[in-house]
Ligand binder design. Structure first.
Ligand code: ZN
Length: 65
């Protein structure tokens, strides 16, 4: 099993500073690195697709470059 990531139900819209609500439902096994969470801003109605990254994940530097 991969690491489980916490996703904020509401984020701040980068465009207008309004509140963007999470549209996506959490997968049964929880969010994982690389999943995409979609948000909709309640003010400007823009959609934001956030690619989730686990900051605590081990990085395999050997795959670099
Ligand atoms: Zn907005």
């Amino acid at each position: 099993m991969g690491p489980v990531i916490r996703v904020d139900p509401i984020i701040v819209c980068v465009d207008c500073g309004g509140r963007a609500h999470l549209l996506s439902y959490e997968p049964h096994e929880g969010w994982e690195d690389g999943d995409v969470a979609a948000y909709r801003c309640e003010d400007c109605l823009d959609r934001w697709d956030i690619v989730l990254e686990d900051d605590d994940a081990d990085v395999d530097w050997s795959e670099r470059g």
